[in-house]
Design a protein around this ligand. Sequence first.
Ligand code: UGA
Length: 472
Amino acid sequence: MKGPISIAVVGSGYVGLVAAACFAEIGHRVICVDNDEEKVSTLQNGGIPIHEEYLPELIQRHRGDRLQFTSDLRAATQAAQAIFIAVGTPQSSSGSADLSYVDAVASEIARSIDGYKVLVEKSTVPVYTNEWIRRVIERNGVPKELFDVTSNPEFLREGTAVVDFLHPDRIVLGAATERASDLLQAIYRPLTVGEYYGAENAVPGPRGQNDTPPVLLTSTKAAEIIKHASNAFLATKISFINVVANVCEAAGADVEEVARGLGMDTRIGPKFLRAGIGYGGSCFPKDVAAFRHVAEQVGVDFTLLREVEKINEEQKQRFFRKVRSALWTFRGKKIGVLGLAFKGGTDDVRESPALDIVQQLLKEGCIVTAYDPAAEERSKELIPPGPQMRYVSDPYDAAQDADALLILNDWQEFLELDLERLHYTLRYPILIDGRNLYDPGRMAQMGFTYLSVGRPGPMHALDPAISSRFTL
Ligand code: UGA
């Protein structure tokens, strides 16, 4: 199988929209479907609903040509050889994934099938979802030979989604039949043979023409578990380093040195060992809970994941206590906040530890002035501006006359602050850094009271309870 393939992508959220734009970028004919008419019309008119590097360029490059937007799922199904399902799988009240959108889409696709189609799960779904989709399609009267259901999990990160999609570490294709597997492999061929990396205007990334991503062919169930297990493992790595950070803090060691030492072991690896205020976002919290639930359903007690969740929650509380220890009392204190999104590089505030901390500060009577390069609008939907909460468009305005400044996510911009200016802008030069962006020694030299995560700081030196525990 060679040449462009007709693809429908159902759902235009982070995964769906990025996948649609990237499939068009590597040469396929793509129809992106969403039932939100307003969103479709925004996309048709060139609007981009999310903040994502390279996405505007790709959509601009292919919109109206290889990339179409519609709300007509029936027509898109009929036009496509492969239909990627990338709709939301939110967390239900029990912690399991709510698959009602997947169910609804599968039923509608079933009613529209008019020839052989390969359905592809792209959303993060629990093992057995593949089976369920197959049953739904069959129940709607579609004969077995007219379709296959496959699984092709996506590992992109928000903020670097386009690069992650086009330069993946691996491509996992879970399929039960050869013809479905062949079609999926053909879709990714421009990446797996390196053709795309040699193209003019290709989005740059770590992979080149002679360094193509490996393809892993698996069963559909293994592909589903690979996705959940990957996210759960990465979340575990973060919780692990956060507890190590707490040990370091109590013992007077620097977690950054410890993480470097750990990460140099190639069996451990250096990534996802950044201590901080805990993980957030639309994936890790939801997927850890969903995977734990999946395990429970198949009779396996995955208590490790409960611990991971508990540590993550505690990490935010710990940071909050640190702020309190620096300020003594909260009521009426002016706090500057840098960072509202769940991490730098995105406007997404879902499950953002930064917003949790801001909410807590507000509850305690603080007056918060916050800055985030991209997440202001979305934050306002959750925490409306008012006498206690102000949004500003400059980091120094957030610091203006503040009793302390908090760094709550890791935008590159926060690493490049003019520290001298910050020092005289603040009322008191107290900087509490939840992402370890600065060097404590340098900050102390500049006269800051600088607190971070898992590193000896001024409070440590002052706390006799800590040093007395380790008398030599
Ligand atoms: C995550 C995974 O990294 C992707 O592989 C996956 O495809 C995606 O979920 C998904 O399932 O859709 P994402 O949620 O965009 O991607 O964000 P990450 O970059 O993984 O960060 C998640 C959270 O962990 C953030 O709050 C981040 O600040 C935090 N984090 C990350 C740390 O606290 N320490 C680290 O060392 C790394």
